[in-house]
Design a protein around this ligand. Structure first.
Ligand code: BGC
Length: 758
């Protein structure tokens, strides 16, 4: 331990002496020239090295590779990676959450080595700061994307991204593998919480907002990081619901629903893109020239860096069985269009690619394309000017304002699903029994990539992060709180029914904190979307006491709870609300905050019935018996867009600027919205458009705009939106996006109005 401490101290001293350069903005032309000059000096091996990304574990001492205790770079391994294999990029951390200083010295050690190579090319380091900075002690964590989408406040999401960029840059890392633009249409998929939900428009708006948050200050600036759109494309709807398994998505659906958000993000200038590990319609995306070059580069016009996902080149051979050898896999992926391989645990990619180029099977010109892009990004990020952490960036770590931002985001995300008899908000003077496995743990509130990959190491969480139990206690006082929640999601005491029933006798209300433990990626796989049996049993027992029951759901994906919904008085969806989640939940439950979140997905009622709100009409027609047709094909537990408030709202007087919209004209639609309650409120207004008849079966409705508004008690406001023909388009079987003349319906709350497009 002493040794490790000394190592870090030594590096930190060096940092203090490091020269800190001010950010320099290089023009595109200047960067182009620098890249060309550098490319001319580089050997084939150096070029291939630039295309090689390894994980940090490869250069660590064995003793610190996987354990959560310290982390030491092994000098010999580092030299081998940088000098022998000329590695251009490193990612990730181990289970250890490092301090900012430790990150700084880690990056410094790596860059010192990289800058001692003949062409002095710095390494680009990347991590998954997907809801705030991970792997770093004391960083602030925000709600996951699924919760951000529920805020219907893309500006707020952008602010969380800006804060994340600042904290990440302080560590010395300048490349963030975020945002996920995959569509959350398959709730059993273990990465559902990383999505912005089931709607393309929502995903597009939040994705673009977050990318701007990361990048708009200018990549050379110490307040920005490079973003990564991921995972291109079709990753999120695997047929069997398991992560990294095949999806079968017809092109017409892929183009209609999965592509627009990538196009918008590319247009917004996102620096890089990561590829879907799995296959779409039988073709592994990493081996698909059609998707990676013809579509991504030529049609969508992407000019940035294409990075593979984890081990996905070799997996073309070992899992997808489309390449006969690891060498053939490298050729296939490079031919398809990747720029950098997240190899990441060995140097096989380097060896095969050098060999392929020397054998004339891949041209040096092809390498130049990818290496040019990689070097360009390194220049843009200012790495050639200063490869180390920037001292100005350090000041941006751990600011108090981030906590307020995390609280605001969590508050706006929380979605009140049910509130019979206006049982919420609860009085602070009532006797509350708090029970359930998510009531006294931090992991279930934070989910994946929270200080560790799985996010399930309770000890990693900062001391000032509070559990629901702790904030409840602060809010209502010890005397009003009876507790039956225990630290550790799997702690058997959380499921002790006898204890719950006994304690309930003294309580006025039972608040049950249910949901999921933290998980990331494949380890979060489920065979059954029903909420776990031990939690359902607990809930049934609570309901059987006859005391009013309020359920909090801290979950990354909607677990089916149909059997307990009718008898439960109130249900609060918190998603994965992050570091201030417990405070935000408490604020809603005890009325310090008026909830305004809206579901970004259709909360399923049955395990065999998933429909998205933008289904086609045919989905709704069901034949239950011979000769009996019904129209209840869409029957979620709660629909997309659902979310209650302590206020009530009235929509009236919808008006449009014209009855006929022609060509490129704009149409304005507006509605009068009134807060008819005694409480000030925020309310998200959503504009849906329905194409009544079209040559491709139209969706029942589609979200085309949204706006979050503040309304004082009793206040009314006119809310308006402008639309044009781009909001009326759809994709045809030959993958063209068109608009057809005809009748359209606009819906704002309870109001609808039709117009004609010609
Ligand atoms: C995930 C990516 C992530 C990468 C690096 C992969 O397993 O699929 O989303 O960016 O690991 O951590």
């Amino acid at each position: 331990m002493l040794k490790k401490t000394m190592l870090f101290l030594a590096s930190i001293t060096l940092i203090n002496h490091a020269v800190v350069a001010q950010p320099i903005k290089h023009s595109d032309q200047e960067i182009k020239q620098k890249v060309e000059t550098l490319l001319k000096k580089m050997t084939i091996e150096e070029k291939v090295g630039q295309m090689t990304q390894i994980t940090l574990g490869v250069i660590l001492d064995d003793s610190t590779r996987e354990v959560g205790n310290g982390l030491n770079i092994n000098k010999e391994k580092l030299k081998k990676a940088i000098h022998t294999y000329k590695v251009g990029s490193i990612l990730n951390s181990t289970a250890t959450a490092l301090t900012v200083k430790q990150w700084n010295s880690l990056i410094k050690e790596i860059q010192d080595e990289a800058l001692s190579t003949p062409n002095e090319i710095p390494v680009i380091y990347g991590v998954d700061a997907i809801h705030g900075v991970t792997y770093t002690k004391g960083s602030t964590l925000y709600p996951h994307n699924i919760g951000l989408a529920a805020t219907r406040n893309a500006e707020l999401a952008k602010l969380t991204a800006k804060a994340t960029a600042k904290e990440l840059r302080a560590t010395g890392v300048r490349w963030n593998f975020d945002p996920v633009l995959d569509l959350g249409v398959n709730p059993i998929w273990s990465r559902f919480s990383e999505t912005y939900g089931e709607d393309t428009y929502l995903t597009k708006k939040f994705g673009v907002g977050v990318i701007q948050g990361y990048e708009e200050d200018g990549l050379e600036n110490p307040t920005a990081v490079a973003s990564t759109m991921k995972h291109f494309i079709g990753y999120s709807d695997p047929a069997n619901g398991k992560d990294r398994t095949p999806a079968y998505i017809p092109d017409i659906v892929l183009w209609e629903k999965f592509l627009p958000q990538f196009q918008a993000a590319i247009d917004a200038g996102s620096a890089s893109i990561m590829i879907n590990s799995a296959s779409v319609n039988g073709i592994p995306v990493h081996g698909s020239k059609r998707l990676l070059t013809d579509l991504l580069r030529t049609e969508l016009g992407f000019k940035g860096l294409v990075v593979t996902d984890w081990e996905d080149v070799i997996r073309l051979h070992t899992r997808h069985m489309v390449a006969e050898s690891p060498r053939a896999a490298v050729k296939m992926a490079v031919d398809a269009g990747i720029d950098m391989s997240m190899v990441p645990k060995d140097f096989s990619f380097y060896e095969h690619l050098v060999d392929l180029v020397k054998a004339g099977e891949i041209s040096e010109q092809r390498l130049n394309q990818s290496v040019g892009i990689i070097l360009k990004l390194k220049y843009q990020l200012g790495l050639f000017d200063n490869a180390y952490h920037e001292s100005e960036a350090l000041e941006n770590f751990g600011k108090a304002e981030y906590k307020n931002l995390a609280l605001q985001a969590a508050r706006e995300s929380i979605t009140l699903l049910k509130n019979d008899d206006d049982i919420l908000p609860l009085s602070k003077n009532a006797k509350i029994l708090l029970a359930g496995p998510t009531g006294h743990s931090l992991a279930p509130l934070n989910g994946s990539w929270s200080y560790s990959w799985q996010g399930d190491v309770e000890e990693n969480y900062p001391d000032d992060n509070k559990t629901i139990l702790e904030v409840f206690e602060k809010t209502v006082g010890k005397k009003n709180l009876i507790t039956h929640s225990y630290t550790g999601f799997n702690n058997s005491k959380n499921y002790d029914i006898d204890g719950l029933v006994r304690k309930a006798k003294k309580a006025d209300y039972i608040v049950l904190a249910l949901g999921e433990n933290a998980y990331a990626e494949s380890p979060g796989a489920l065979d059954d979307l029903n909420l776990a049996k031990n939690q359902m049993n607990l809930a049934q027992a609570a309901l059987a006491t006859g005391k009013p029951v309020i359920v909090i759901l801290a979950e990354g994906r909607p677990r089916i709870i149909r059997d307990i919904v009718p008898a439960t008085k109130a249900i609060v969806q918190s998603y994965l609300p992050g570091s201030q989640g417990a405070q935000a939940i408490t604020d809603v439950i005890f009325g310090n905050y008026n909830p305004n979140g809206k579901l970004p997905y259709s909360y399923p009622q049955y395990t065999g019935d998933f429909s998205t709100y933008d289904r086609v009409y045919l989905n709704d027609v069901q034949q239950l018996k011979p000769a009996v047709l019904t129209y209840n094909g869409y029957k979620p537990q709660w629909p997309f867009g659902h979310g209650l408030s302590y206020s009530s709202f009235e929509y009236s007087d919808i008006t449009i600027s014209k009855k006929k919209l022609t060509g490129d004209e704009q149409l304005t639609v507006s509605v009068w919205l009134k807060n008819t309650s005694e409480f000030d409120a925020k309310h998200a207004v959503e504009l849906y458009i329905s194409d009544l008849f079209a040559s491709v079966s139209p969706a029942v409705k589609r979200l085309k705009a949204f706006k979050k508004v503040n309304l004082k008690a009793g206040q009314g406001k006119r809310i308006s939106f402008a639309i044009n023909k781009n909001d009326l388009t759809f994709v045809t079987p030959d993958l063209k996006r068109i608009v057809e003349a005809g009748e359209f319906k606009l819906t704002l709350g309870t109001e609808t109005i039709n117009f004609h497009y010609q």
